[in-house]
Design a protein around this ligand. Structure first.
Ligand SMILES: [Ca+2]
Length: 355
Protein backbone atom coordinates (compact mmCIF):
# COMPACT_ATOMS: atom_id res chain seq x y z
CA UNK A 1 0.00 0.00 0.00
CA UNK A 2 1.22 3.45 -0.79
CA UNK A 3 1.28 6.41 1.55
CA UNK A 4 -0.17 8.57 -1.16
CA UNK A 5 -3.32 6.48 -1.17
CA UNK A 6 -3.53 6.46 2.65
CA UNK A 7 -3.37 10.21 2.93
CA UNK A 8 -6.55 10.68 1.01
CA UNK A 9 -7.87 14.18 0.63
CA UNK A 10 -5.14 16.01 2.48
CA UNK A 11 -3.68 17.67 -0.56
CA UNK A 12 -4.17 20.98 -2.14
CA UNK A 13 -7.42 22.31 -3.48
CA UNK A 14 -9.48 21.81 -6.56
CA UNK A 15 -9.20 22.60 -10.21
CA UNK A 16 -8.99 26.17 -11.22
CA UNK A 17 -10.66 26.24 -14.59
CA UNK A 18 -7.99 26.13 -17.25
CA UNK A 19 -9.81 25.96 -20.52
CA UNK A 20 -7.95 27.48 -23.40
CA UNK A 21 -10.02 30.30 -24.88
CA UNK A 22 -10.57 28.81 -28.31
CA UNK A 23 -12.89 31.27 -29.96
CA UNK A 24 -12.31 34.81 -31.05
CA UNK A 25 -15.27 35.25 -33.36
CA UNK A 26 -16.15 38.74 -32.23
CA UNK A 27 -12.57 39.93 -32.59
CA UNK A 28 -12.30 38.29 -35.98
CA UNK A 29 -15.43 40.05 -37.14
CA UNK A 30 -14.04 43.32 -35.81
CA UNK A 31 -10.79 42.71 -37.67
CA UNK A 32 -12.68 41.95 -40.86
CA UNK A 33 -14.57 45.23 -40.57
CA UNK A 34 -11.28 47.08 -40.21
CA UNK A 35 -9.89 45.35 -43.27
CA UNK A 36 -12.91 46.33 -45.34
CA UNK A 37 -12.35 49.93 -44.32
CA UNK A 38 -8.63 49.88 -45.11
CA UNK A 39 -7.01 50.10 -48.50
CA UNK A 40 -6.31 46.66 -50.00
CA UNK A 41 -3.00 45.13 -48.98
CA UNK A 42 -0.57 44.37 -51.78
CA UNK A 43 -0.78 40.78 -52.95
CA UNK A 44 2.08 38.56 -51.85
CA UNK A 45 3.30 35.24 -53.13
CA UNK A 46 1.09 33.65 -50.44
CA UNK A 47 -1.95 34.78 -52.39
CA UNK A 48 -4.09 37.83 -51.83
CA UNK A 49 -6.70 36.13 -49.69
CA UNK A 50 -4.14 34.68 -47.25
CA UNK A 51 -2.35 38.01 -47.29
CA UNK A 52 -5.54 39.89 -46.42
CA UNK A 53 -6.14 37.44 -43.58
CA UNK A 54 -2.62 38.08 -42.27
CA UNK A 55 -3.29 41.82 -42.28
CA UNK A 56 -6.30 41.15 -40.03
CA UNK A 57 -4.11 39.18 -37.66
CA UNK A 58 -1.54 41.97 -37.75
CA UNK A 59 -4.19 44.57 -36.86
CA UNK A 60 -5.49 42.49 -34.01
CA UNK A 61 -1.98 41.77 -32.66
CA UNK A 62 -1.16 45.49 -32.63
CA UNK A 63 -4.44 46.26 -30.88
CA UNK A 64 -3.55 43.72 -28.24
CA UNK A 65 -0.31 45.50 -27.46
CA UNK A 66 2.24 43.46 -29.40
CA UNK A 67 4.93 45.68 -30.87
CA UNK A 68 4.88 46.59 -34.54
CA UNK A 69 8.47 45.42 -34.95
CA UNK A 70 7.60 41.92 -33.68
CA UNK A 71 4.43 41.65 -35.73
CA UNK A 72 6.01 42.84 -38.96
CA UNK A 73 9.11 40.70 -38.60
CA UNK A 74 7.25 37.55 -37.60
CA UNK A 75 4.54 37.79 -40.25
CA UNK A 76 6.80 38.90 -43.12
CA UNK A 77 6.92 36.65 -46.17
CA UNK A 78 4.64 33.99 -44.69
CA UNK A 79 2.98 31.51 -46.97
CA UNK A 80 0.58 28.70 -46.11
CA UNK A 81 2.41 25.40 -45.68
CA UNK A 82 0.44 22.79 -47.67
CA UNK A 83 2.06 19.89 -45.80
CA UNK A 84 0.55 21.14 -42.54
CA UNK A 85 -2.98 21.33 -43.93
CA UNK A 86 -2.46 17.79 -45.18
CA UNK A 87 -1.22 16.60 -41.78
CA UNK A 88 -4.19 18.22 -40.07
CA UNK A 89 -6.63 16.53 -42.44
CA UNK A 90 -4.98 13.13 -42.18
CA UNK A 91 -5.40 12.83 -38.40
CA UNK A 92 -6.83 9.37 -37.72
CA UNK A 93 -10.55 9.51 -37.01
CA UNK A 94 -10.53 6.33 -34.99
CA UNK A 95 -8.24 6.32 -31.96
CA UNK A 96 -5.51 3.72 -31.80
CA UNK A 97 -6.28 0.53 -29.93
CA UNK A 98 -5.43 1.00 -26.25
CA UNK A 99 -3.02 -1.90 -25.83
CA UNK A 100 -0.96 -1.08 -28.91
CA UNK A 101 -0.95 2.58 -27.81
CA UNK A 102 0.44 1.62 -24.42
CA UNK A 103 2.99 -0.78 -25.87
CA UNK A 104 4.19 1.84 -28.33
CA UNK A 105 4.53 4.57 -25.73
CA UNK A 106 5.72 2.60 -22.70
CA UNK A 107 8.60 0.72 -24.29
CA UNK A 108 11.24 -0.89 -22.11
CA UNK A 109 13.76 1.54 -23.62
CA UNK A 110 11.70 4.54 -22.55
CA UNK A 111 11.14 3.15 -19.06
CA UNK A 112 14.88 2.49 -18.66
CA UNK A 113 15.71 5.99 -19.90
CA UNK A 114 13.09 7.43 -17.53
CA UNK A 115 14.86 5.75 -14.63
CA UNK A 116 18.17 7.21 -15.79
CA UNK A 117 16.88 10.77 -16.15
CA UNK A 118 15.22 10.51 -12.72
CA UNK A 119 18.67 9.99 -11.33
CA UNK A 120 20.51 12.44 -13.62
CA UNK A 121 18.11 15.28 -12.77
CA UNK A 122 17.48 14.31 -9.18
CA UNK A 123 18.38 17.67 -7.64
CA UNK A 124 16.20 19.66 -10.05
CA UNK A 125 13.27 17.26 -9.75
CA UNK A 126 13.40 17.34 -5.95
CA UNK A 127 13.47 21.11 -6.03
CA UNK A 128 10.40 21.16 -8.29
CA UNK A 129 8.56 18.69 -6.08
CA UNK A 130 9.26 20.93 -3.09
CA UNK A 131 8.11 24.04 -4.95
CA UNK A 132 5.07 22.72 -6.84
CA UNK A 133 4.12 19.57 -4.93
CA UNK A 134 4.38 17.39 -8.02
CA UNK A 135 6.57 14.30 -7.54
CA UNK A 136 9.54 13.65 -9.80
CA UNK A 137 8.09 10.64 -11.60
CA UNK A 138 5.15 12.53 -13.13
CA UNK A 139 7.41 15.20 -14.60
CA UNK A 140 9.70 12.53 -16.01
CA UNK A 141 6.68 10.70 -17.48
CA UNK A 142 5.31 13.80 -19.18
CA UNK A 143 8.75 14.69 -20.49
CA UNK A 144 9.21 11.15 -21.83
CA UNK A 145 5.81 10.96 -23.47
CA UNK A 146 5.76 14.44 -24.98
CA UNK A 147 9.24 14.56 -26.54
CA UNK A 148 11.13 11.42 -25.49
CA UNK A 149 12.97 13.49 -22.86
CA UNK A 150 13.66 16.40 -25.17
CA UNK A 151 14.71 14.38 -28.24
CA UNK A 152 11.86 15.42 -30.53
CA UNK A 153 10.82 19.03 -30.20
CA UNK A 154 9.39 19.31 -33.70
CA UNK A 155 11.00 21.28 -36.48
CA UNK A 156 8.14 23.19 -38.05
CA UNK A 157 8.20 26.98 -37.95
CA UNK A 158 5.54 27.69 -35.30
CA UNK A 159 4.39 31.04 -36.69
CA UNK A 160 4.04 29.63 -40.21
CA UNK A 161 2.29 26.50 -38.96
CA UNK A 162 -0.19 28.45 -36.84
CA UNK A 163 -0.84 30.95 -39.64
CA UNK A 164 -1.53 28.04 -41.99
CA UNK A 165 -3.97 26.39 -39.57
CA UNK A 166 -5.48 29.70 -38.47
CA UNK A 167 -6.28 30.57 -42.06
CA UNK A 168 -7.65 27.10 -42.77
CA UNK A 169 -11.40 27.02 -42.05
CA UNK A 170 -11.40 23.70 -40.18
CA UNK A 171 -10.26 24.97 -36.76
CA UNK A 172 -9.25 28.47 -37.77
CA UNK A 173 -10.44 30.49 -34.77
CA UNK A 174 -8.53 28.36 -32.27
CA UNK A 175 -5.27 28.42 -34.22
CA UNK A 176 -5.55 32.11 -35.00
CA UNK A 177 -5.71 32.76 -31.25
CA UNK A 178 -2.62 30.55 -30.80
CA UNK A 179 -0.84 32.56 -33.48
CA UNK A 180 -1.48 35.79 -31.58
CA UNK A 181 -0.16 34.11 -28.41
CA UNK A 182 2.97 33.01 -30.31
CA UNK A 183 3.53 36.62 -31.40
CA UNK A 184 3.27 37.69 -27.78
CA UNK A 185 5.87 35.12 -26.69
CA UNK A 186 8.23 36.45 -29.36
CA UNK A 187 7.47 40.01 -28.29
CA UNK A 188 8.33 39.15 -24.68
CA UNK A 189 11.72 37.92 -25.87
CA UNK A 190 11.45 34.26 -24.87
CA UNK A 191 12.12 33.03 -28.40
CA UNK A 192 12.83 34.52 -31.82
CA UNK A 193 10.33 34.31 -34.69
CA UNK A 194 12.85 32.45 -36.83
CA UNK A 195 13.95 30.04 -34.10
CA UNK A 196 10.50 29.26 -32.69
CA UNK A 197 10.11 25.66 -33.87
CA UNK A 198 7.59 23.06 -32.85
CA UNK A 199 5.14 20.38 -33.93
CA UNK A 200 3.10 20.85 -37.08
CA UNK A 201 0.22 21.98 -34.83
CA UNK A 202 2.33 24.53 -32.95
CA UNK A 203 3.19 22.65 -29.74
CA UNK A 204 6.55 23.86 -28.51
CA UNK A 205 9.54 22.82 -26.48
CA UNK A 206 10.44 19.87 -24.27
CA UNK A 207 6.94 19.47 -22.86
CA UNK A 208 5.08 20.63 -26.00
CA UNK A 209 3.10 23.62 -24.76
CA UNK A 210 0.78 25.38 -27.14
CA UNK A 211 1.43 29.15 -27.17
CA UNK A 212 -1.58 30.01 -24.97
CA UNK A 213 -0.46 27.36 -22.46
CA UNK A 214 3.04 28.83 -22.59
CA UNK A 215 1.72 32.29 -21.76
CA UNK A 216 -0.36 30.98 -18.87
CA UNK A 217 2.03 28.47 -17.28
CA UNK A 218 5.62 28.68 -18.55
CA UNK A 219 8.16 29.74 -15.93
CA UNK A 220 11.78 30.86 -15.97
CA UNK A 221 13.19 28.43 -13.46
CA UNK A 222 16.90 28.85 -14.23
CA UNK A 223 16.60 32.59 -13.73
CA UNK A 224 18.15 33.83 -16.99
CA UNK A 225 15.13 36.02 -17.70
CA UNK A 226 13.77 33.87 -20.54
CA UNK A 227 11.16 31.16 -20.42
CA UNK A 228 13.08 28.80 -22.64
CA UNK A 229 11.13 25.59 -22.94
CA UNK A 230 13.29 24.48 -25.88
CA UNK A 231 16.81 24.55 -24.45
CA UNK A 232 16.39 24.80 -20.68
CA UNK A 233 15.36 21.57 -19.00
CA UNK A 234 14.83 23.42 -15.68
CA UNK A 235 12.44 25.85 -17.39
CA UNK A 236 10.63 23.06 -19.23
CA UNK A 237 10.14 20.75 -16.24
CA UNK A 238 9.25 23.61 -13.90
CA UNK A 239 6.63 24.74 -16.42
CA UNK A 240 5.15 21.24 -16.50
CA UNK A 241 5.09 21.19 -12.69
CA UNK A 242 3.48 24.61 -12.60
CA UNK A 243 0.85 23.47 -15.08
CA UNK A 244 -0.09 20.38 -13.06
CA UNK A 245 -0.11 22.40 -9.86
CA UNK A 246 -2.43 24.99 -11.37
CA UNK A 247 -4.58 22.19 -12.79
CA UNK A 248 -5.41 21.16 -9.24
CA UNK A 249 -2.70 18.60 -8.50
CA UNK A 250 -3.03 17.39 -4.92
CA UNK A 251 0.33 17.15 -3.29
CA UNK A 252 0.84 13.89 -1.46
CA UNK A 253 -1.70 11.91 -3.48
CA UNK A 254 -1.11 9.49 -6.32
CA UNK A 255 -3.02 9.32 -9.63
CA UNK A 256 -4.62 5.87 -9.59
CA UNK A 257 -3.81 2.21 -10.01
CA UNK A 258 -4.62 -0.73 -12.27
CA UNK A 259 -7.40 -2.88 -10.81
CA UNK A 260 -9.31 -6.03 -11.57
CA UNK A 261 -13.07 -5.80 -11.84
CA UNK A 262 -15.61 -8.41 -10.81
CA UNK A 263 -17.49 -9.94 -13.74
CA UNK A 264 -20.80 -8.67 -12.43
CA UNK A 265 -19.80 -5.02 -11.98
CA UNK A 266 -22.52 -2.84 -13.43
CA UNK A 267 -21.30 -1.25 -16.67
CA UNK A 268 -22.84 2.06 -15.61
CA UNK A 269 -20.39 2.34 -12.73
CA UNK A 270 -17.41 2.22 -15.11
CA UNK A 271 -17.43 5.90 -15.77
CA UNK A 272 -15.25 8.74 -14.64
CA UNK A 273 -18.25 10.55 -13.22
CA UNK A 274 -19.15 7.78 -10.74
CA UNK A 275 -16.85 8.49 -7.79
CA UNK A 276 -16.94 6.21 -4.78
CA UNK A 277 -14.91 5.60 -1.66
CA UNK A 278 -12.29 2.89 -2.02
CA UNK A 279 -14.11 0.87 0.66
CA UNK A 280 -17.21 1.02 -1.53
CA UNK A 281 -15.30 -0.26 -4.56
CA UNK A 282 -13.79 -2.97 -2.37
CA UNK A 283 -17.27 -4.01 -1.25
CA UNK A 284 -18.32 -4.20 -4.90
CA UNK A 285 -15.52 -6.64 -5.63
CA UNK A 286 -12.92 -4.34 -7.18
CA UNK A 287 -9.41 -5.48 -6.29
CA UNK A 288 -5.82 -4.55 -6.97
CA UNK A 289 -4.58 -5.88 -10.33
CA UNK A 290 -2.80 -8.74 -8.53
CA UNK A 291 -6.00 -9.71 -6.70
CA UNK A 292 -5.12 -8.10 -3.38
CA UNK A 293 -7.50 -5.89 -1.39
CA UNK A 294 -7.70 -2.21 -2.23
CA UNK A 295 -5.81 -0.03 0.24
CA UNK A 296 -7.65 1.60 3.09
CA UNK A 297 -7.88 5.24 2.19
CA UNK A 298 -9.94 8.38 2.37
CA UNK A 299 -9.55 8.79 -1.37
CA UNK A 300 -12.50 8.55 -3.68
CA UNK A 301 -11.98 7.17 -7.12
CA UNK A 302 -13.71 6.20 -10.30
CA UNK A 303 -13.21 3.34 -12.73
CA UNK A 304 -11.71 3.97 -16.14
CA UNK A 305 -11.69 1.17 -18.68
CA UNK A 306 -10.04 2.47 -21.84
CA UNK A 307 -10.68 -0.70 -23.78
CA UNK A 308 -14.41 -0.86 -23.73
CA UNK A 309 -15.04 -4.51 -24.38
CA UNK A 310 -15.46 -6.71 -21.36
CA UNK A 311 -12.20 -7.89 -19.88
CA UNK A 312 -10.16 -4.87 -20.97
CA UNK A 313 -7.71 -3.42 -18.46
CA UNK A 314 -9.28 -1.18 -15.83
CA UNK A 315 -7.92 1.55 -13.60
CA UNK A 316 -9.15 3.10 -10.39
CA UNK A 317 -8.34 6.79 -10.75
CA UNK A 318 -8.13 9.54 -8.15
CA UNK A 319 -8.45 13.34 -8.36
CA UNK A 320 -4.90 13.80 -9.71
CA UNK A 321 -5.84 11.83 -12.82
CA UNK A 322 -7.92 14.85 -13.81
CA UNK A 323 -4.80 17.01 -13.94
CA UNK A 324 -3.46 14.70 -16.68
CA UNK A 325 -6.78 14.97 -18.51
CA UNK A 326 -6.51 18.71 -18.22
CA UNK A 327 -3.14 18.50 -19.98
CA UNK A 328 -4.57 16.32 -22.73
CA UNK A 329 -8.19 15.17 -22.81
CA UNK A 330 -7.29 11.71 -24.04
CA UNK A 331 -8.00 8.84 -21.64
CA UNK A 332 -5.20 6.84 -23.26
CA UNK A 333 -2.79 9.69 -22.67
CA UNK A 334 -3.80 10.21 -19.04
CA UNK A 335 -3.47 6.51 -18.22
CA UNK A 336 -0.11 6.35 -20.02
CA UNK A 337 1.31 9.22 -17.93
CA UNK A 338 0.37 7.60 -14.64
CA UNK A 339 1.52 4.17 -15.76
CA UNK A 340 4.88 5.42 -17.04
CA UNK A 341 5.37 7.37 -13.81
CA UNK A 342 4.77 4.17 -11.85
CA UNK A 343 7.04 2.18 -14.17
CA UNK A 344 10.05 4.50 -13.81
CA UNK A 345 9.85 4.07 -10.06
CA UNK A 346 9.25 0.33 -10.25
CA UNK A 347 5.72 0.63 -8.85
CA UNK A 348 3.76 -0.55 -11.82
CA UNK A 349 1.68 -3.66 -11.55
CA UNK A 350 0.33 -3.03 -15.05
CA UNK A 351 2.19 -5.25 -17.49
CA UNK A 352 0.30 -5.81 -20.68
CA UNK A 353 -3.29 -5.81 -21.76
CA UNK A 354 -3.03 -8.68 -24.21
CA UNK A 355 -3.36 -11.36 -21.58
CA1 LIG B 1 15.20 30.51 -18.28
Amino acid sequence: MRDEERRGQTGRGGRRGLRIAAGCGALAAFGAALILAASPAPASKGGSEFDAWLRQVETEALERGISRATVETALADLEPIPEIVQLDRSQPKKPAEFCSYMERRLTSTRIARGKRVMSEHRALLRELNAEYGVPERYLVALWGLETNFGDYLGDYPVVGALATLGHDPRRGAMFREQLISALQIIDEGHQGADTMRGSWAGAMGQVQFMPSTFLAYAVDHDGDGRKDLWNSTPDALASAANYLSQAGWRSGETWGRPVSLPADLDGATRTLRRKRALSDWQARGVRQADGGDLPESNLRGSIVQPRREKGGPAFLVYPNYHAFLNWNRSTFFAVSVGTLADAVTGRSSFRSCGS
